[in-house]
Write a protein that binds this ligand. Sequence first.
Ligand SMILES: Nc1nc2c(ncn2[C@@H]2O[C@H](COP(=O)(O)OP(=O)(O)O)[C@@H](O)[C@H]2O)c(=O)[nH]1
Ligand SMILES: [Mg+2]
Ligand SMILES: [Zn+2]
Length: 296
Amino acid sequence: MSLRAKSSQSWIDCLQGQVIATFGRHYSVTTEAGILSCVMRGKKSGVACGDQVECRMTTQGQGVIETIKPRNSQFYRSDAFKEKIIAANVTQIILVVAAIPSFSEELISRCLVAAESENINALIVLNKADLIQPTQVAFDTLLLYRELGYTVLQLSAIQSALTLRPYLSGHLSVLVGQSGMGKSTLLNALIPEANRSTAAISLALDSGSHTTTYSQLYQLDKSSAIIDSPGFQEFGLNHIKEENLAYGFAEFHPYIGHCKFSNCRHRSEPGCAVLAAQEEGKILRKRLDYYHKLLR
Ligand SMILES: Nc1nc2c(ncn2[C@@H]2O[C@H](COP(=O)(O)OP(=O)(O)O)[C@@H](O)[C@H]2O)c(=O)[nH]1
Ligand SMILES: [Mg+2]
Ligand SMILES: [Zn+2]
């Protein structure tokens, strides 16, 4: 075979695709040749739903991911041992909370820090609004996030998800939050044919069960898609470098870069613009304290 023919052959073999589901180390990739069930070259992990990849078909319906293209964003969480990528290239996280089972405020704060530090838009959905009394209480506890400028949408996924629909337009969104909050129910309301499995919550344990075991991306229309992800109960931020942590706080943004020292960590340094903003009442004491807590 001539060199020329060989190179054009490898060009034909190479397919552009997007990862739409991750099952352990197996990935579904949509390509112009249809959906391929792929593994990653060299059995490496770290492929995520939303990744743009180059892959090669090996046999009918199967392939190998050769490369992951540079990501526009990566939404990570860490546990004690390592970082776990939740989704790649998302432009928006939809943080799903509900009054029952109860949600963790700490988890919300941490998710928002992770989103902000990657420049990902964040939206809070207070689901199960049909549970009127407890939802009212939950809505009040979300006041801080509304004050910070985050939208908090109340809806009942078992009734309708229509109020959420306009916020999804033009975005690659990912549903995140604790198990049992109703992420999969919400996804089914948006895309009935998705048929995601959902599970009853345990009132005794005040928690949901991990029914969703893999992430999957669903196209809503030409320019919008949404990913359902398994729930989590902890959200570590070890993956965020100390010098980037302040970016996790949206309201700090106007002041970052205006401190006297370029490596300012906004603890007690002289000439710190962030500390000055807090003293002028432009940053809540509570948020600065929370930043310091995470810094430690
Ligand atoms: N009352 C009520 N229950 C809901 C609503 N949405 C979901 N659920 C219930 O909450 C439980 C957990 O839902 P699921 O979608 O599996 O949560 P996920 O773990 O976040 O994906 C299921 O029993 C759902 O029927 C809602 O809007 N109202
Ligand atoms: Mg689920
Ligand atoms: Zn500073």
